[in-house]
Design a binder for this molecule. Structure first.
Ligand SMILES: Nc1ncnc2c1ncn2[C@@H]1O[C@H](COP(=O)(O)OP(=O)(O)OP(=O)(O)O)[C@@H](O)[C@H]1O
Ligand SMILES: [Mg+2]
Length: 355
């Protein structure tokens, strides 16, 4: 009988979360699998969601393997956040159980059909229901119901959560978040095991969503959507009609000092504001995961930020037309850089449309 031990790293952060699936052993020889937390002292919301979901998935797929955790008793924060109970270890609280009175949202699983049913029973649109949930979560994190931080968190959570409900086809999704006032930092993670960005975007015939990397880049462009496009048979109306701006706006808001990470399929993409703004990671996720890190002392008024980004987004969208309806060859040039008007000249020069 083979016992396999995975020593969990000291910091369970973004990188550790992305590296974790590859550490899981091939099941053939493994009869007992032990997760050893003796070196771990830090755990972040995204890592909690991703690692617990991976452990649950692996346990479900390999029911003949016995699972154990060792040296975890000092991980009281993770326990309180519902990390251990989410994959069946009786330590700490269950997912969603902690009351979240201390500026965190514990690991919480939402059912998309419950959100839809709740909206229907109130006679409101699903987008309104998602907005209400996002505002509650934002309030849990920042303890006030107005102001730049409340507005920005509500907006960002709402856009990512709407995407799960509107595009992922997942029946459930997870969320976990923490605000650290002394560090002027907040992290929000949202994770689904739905169809992923590539499959969802491939409904749009104007773009080449043939691989995960391209698809992620397209999804972040202003006015690019898997539902709203020229010639789409589904005509959307009303306040929550898709326009392809959610990920574009949210990533720009986060990058005001913070970072935006999204992964789907075999690609993860970390965006910051610096010149080396884009970093790719190899992943293996059936679904979509987003991690937003906000520098809370560097946020500007949400309304002003949204107005600026929206205007720039429309301007960029208009200019797509200068280079033929985002055809794959010109798009690939744009995909290699960021959607900022200041780089437009460079794109045209590269396409030899301007010196
Ligand atoms: N969780 C997800 N699962 C599957 N596909 C997704 C997910 N999130 C985003 N997408 C894909 O990325 C596209 C772009 O998302 P984005 O939020 O920018 O625009 P939108 O949702 O179409 O429109 P808007 O946000 O303006 O209502 C979506 O249309 C969808 O195809
Ligand atoms: Mg959206």
């Amino acid at each position: 009988m083979t016992t396999f031990t995975i020593t969990m790293p000291r910091a369970l952060d973004l990188i550790a979360a992305l590296e974790f699936p590859a550490k899981l052993p091939a099941p053939v020889d493994c009869k007992i699998l032990i997760f050893d937390f003796k070196s771990s002292s830090l755990i972040e919301p995204f890592a909690m969601l991703m690692i617990s979901s991976e452990i649950s998935r692996y346990m479900h797929e390999h029911q003949d393997v016995e699972f154990k955790c060792s040296n975890y008793m000092h991980m009281s924060y993770a326990g309180h956040m519902g990390f251990f109970k989410s994959f069946g270890l009786d330590f700490g609280k269950s997912p969603g159980e902690a009351n979240g009175s201390s500026r965190y949202v514990p690991l919480t699983i939402y059912s998309t059909s419950d959100i839809e049913k709740s909206a229907a029973s109130k006679g409101i649109e699903i987008g309104d229901e998602v907005e209400t949930i996002s505002q509650q979560l934002s309030y849990t994190l920042c303890h006030i119901k107005e102001g730049i931080l409340f507005d920005t968190l509500s907006y960002s959570i709402r856009e990512i959560m709407r995407n799960v409900v509107e595009h992922s086809a997942a029946s459930r999704f997870g969320i976990c978040a923490q605000y650290w006032p002394s560090k002027n930092k907040a992290e929000v993670a949202i994770f689904d095991r739905g169809i992923g960005i590539k499959k969802s975007l491939s409904q749009n015939p104007h773009i080449d969503a043939s691989d995960d990397k391209r698809s992620l880049n397209y999804a972040l462009m202003p006015a690019v959507s898997g539902k709203a496009f020229k010639g789409s048979r589904v005509k959307q109306k009303g306040h929550w009609a898709n326009s392809g701006f959610g990920l574009y706006m949210t990533n720009r808001i986060c990058r005001n000092g913070g970072t935006f990470f999204i992964c789907s399929g075999d690609t993860g993409m970390l965006l910051t504001k610096k010149s080396n703004a884009k970093r790719y990671f190899s992943t293996n996720l059936h679904g979509t995961a987003v991690r937003m890190v906000l520098k809370t002392d560097q946020l500007s008024s949400l309304k002003e930020a949204l107005d600026t980004y929206k205007n720039e987004g429309y301007e960029i969208q208009k200019r797509y037309k200068e280079i033929i309806n985002i055809d794959p060859s010109s798009a690939s040039l744009m995909l290699s850089t960021d959607f900022d008007l200041s780089i437009w000249g460079k794109i045209l020069a590269a396409l030899k449309l301007r010196n």
